[in-house]
Design a protein around this ligand. Structure first.
Ligand code: ZN
Length: 153
């Protein structure tokens, strides 16, 4: 799932709610719920990873995709922060993206930690999958819905 979507979703929670604890919990949980929706990721061989547990090799395309996606997410969140002048948008957006950033640690010694490895495998298992063509439409609709929510509520 695009980082932009996770950032927007968390950002929206941050904009709507006052409790910092609630924003952190809701943005974190919503990350996994959004990941369950059918989407396409520029990714590694998930089945091989889930079976072997070996750290995945990311292609140059997947790395570039990740970086560009996160840069756009950052730009969107900074814009929303400027429009709504609410620091909690940044908090929610950051927590919304956090599970994906946490998964990056699998490349390090962290993967030897059993709880951490379990978390990364869980995160990989729940991903909804579809073709990139359908994914484009689904994710564009989700982005439009969340941005509308910002202006409706
Ligand atoms: Zn994720």
């Amino acid at each position: 799932m695009l980082a932009i979507i996770h950032a927007l979703m968390g950002g929206f929670i941050g904009e709507e709610f006052h409790s910092v604890l609630f924003i952190i919990l809701a943005s974190f949980v919503l990350h996994f719920i959004m990941d369950m929706l059918p989407h396409w990721d520029a990714n590694f061989d998930k089945k091989k990873f889930q079976a072997s547990g070996e750290p995945p090799q990311l292609s140059k395309f997947a790395k570039a995709w990740f970086i560009i996606d996160n840069i756009i997410a950052l730009a969107v969140i900074i814009s929303l922060y400027q429009v709504f002048d609410n620091k909690k948008i940044i908090l929610g957006a950051f927590i919304g993206i956090l599970p994906d950033l946490m998964s990056l640690g699998y490349k390090t010694k962290l993967r030897k930690n059993k709880r951490y490895a379990k978390f990364v495998k869980f995160h990989s298992r729940i991903q909804g999958e579809t073709s990139w063509q359908k994914s484009l439409i689904i994710q564009a609709i989700i982005i439009a819905i969340i941005i509308s929510l910002f202006f409706i509520f």
